[in-house]
Each structure stands twice: as structure tokens, then as C-alpha cells.
Design a protein. Structure first.
Length: 69
């Protein structure tokens, strides 16, 4: 079963993008390519409280998955 992501509503597309950004930032943190301040900077760019909460949730999820403290 395939899902066409372009058919999703804009808010769902944005959630996917925020999740991808969180994953990449945690990966960079694990690889010592950035520090924790990079995650804080990205979170500060988000003005919508729901987006910020989703981003923070994703960061925590990926920290657990990747074993980053």
C-alpha cells in the first residue's frame, strides 16, 4: 500500500517536515556535528505552540531511539 504524501493536508505535511528536521538534528548531535544549541535555535524559530510541542516531542523520540543523552 502506498501513500501519496502530497495529498495530505498542509498541517500534516508540516508535521512530517518537523519530524524530519528533529531526526536530522539529533543525528547531527550524535555525530558531534552540532551541539545542543542547534536544537534550541531551531525550536526558537517556531512560533506556533503546537508546532513547537510536536518538534520537541520528535526530538525526545529520536534522542531515545538514537541513544543520545
Amino acid at each position: 500500500m502506498s501513500i501519496n504524501l502530497s495529498l495530505l493536508p498542509p498541517d500534516e505535511k508540516n508535521k512530517i517536515e518537523l519530524d524530519k528536521q528533529a531526526s536530522f538534528l539529533v543525528w547531527q548531535l550524535k555525530q558531534a556535528k552540532c551541539g545542543p544549541e542547534a536544537i534550541v535555535e531551531e525550536a526558537m524559530k517556531l512560533t506556533d505552540p503546537q508546532e513547537k510541542a510536536w518538534f520537541d516531542q520528535s526530538v525526545e523520540k529520536y534522542k531515545q531511539v538514537m541513544g543520545v543523552a
